[in-house]
Design a protein around this ligand. Structure first.
Ligand SMILES: NC(=O)c1ccc[n+]([C@@H]2O[C@H](COP(=O)([O-])OP(=O)(O)OC[C@H]3O[C@@H](n4cnc5c(N)ncnc54)[C@H](OP(=O)(O)O)[C@@H]3O)[C@@H](O)[C@H]2O)c1
Length: 184
């Protein structure tokens, strides 16, 4: 029997909770792009099909790309990633790809996928972008983090003028114990 794994998430978000606009990201932050790369290289990135479509270069290199879609059989599967046809399939894919649990599975967005997997996400690495670009894709991080299962682990500043701060939020030990009891 395989053990269900907790997930991490890494994404950037503006002050109005915007994460995307018109299929792209409505800001330019080299520091965020490079810290995203440093964090995820060598690991597993899990994304929604719309985020996959939005990538200028596919797949994200030196990472295992897993893409969630409902479009089973309706399209020509792109061999540059592994397709996940329902959220439950993610755990089976992880156990095949990484049986010794050496890699970190990062949910990287977009908004739909963060919501789908939120209850299994234990570590969040978020870049806070200055301003409110009012994009068409939001993620209600403010409400999510009000849940007492989260605590603020760390934050640091950035030299990038687009960035307010980089923050880490982790689940409490009590949440992890309860999650493991439910899913272990
Ligand atoms: N700021 C950031 O860090 C960041 C990160 C990533 C993305 N983004 C931005 O976010 C936007 C895209 O986000 P989004 O919320 O619109 O889309 P998304 O989460 O990237 O993808 C949504 C798609 O995922 C699939 N899906 C969702 N729930 C599913 C389920 N339960 N089972 C199977 N498949 C499921 C569906 O694909 P099918 O339609 O194929 O069935 C759905 O259309 C873009 O603007 C992108 O640039 C921002």
């Amino acid at each position: 029997m395989t053990t269900k794994r907790m997930l991490s998430a890494v994404f950037a978000i503006a002050e109005d909770m915007t994460i995307g606009d018109k299929g792209g990201i409505p800001w330019f932050s080299p520091a965020d792009m490079s810290s995203f790369r440093d964090r995820t290289v060598g690991h597993i990135v899990v994304m929604g099909r719309k985020t996959w479509d939005s990538l200028p270069k596919k797949p994200l290199d030196d990472r295992h790309n897993l893409v969630l879609t409902r479009a089973e059989g309706e399209f020509n599967p792109d061999p540059r990633c592994a397709w996940i046809l329902d959220p439950e399939m993610l755990q089976r894919s992880l156990s095949v790809l990484d049986p010794n649990e050496e890699l970190i599975p990062y949910v990287i967005g977009g908004g739909e996928i963060l919501n789908v997997f939120w209850n299994d996400i234990a570590y969040v690495y978020v870049t806070r972008i200055k301003g409110s670009p009012d994009g068409d894709t939001k993620f209600d991080l403010l409400t999510r983090l009000q849940d007492p299962s989260w605590y603020h682990e760390h934050s640091h500043a950035s030299d990038d003028p687009a960035v307010m701060s980089v923050e880490w939020y982790w689940r409490t030990a009590a949440w992890m114990t309860a999650w493991t009891r439910r899913n272990g």
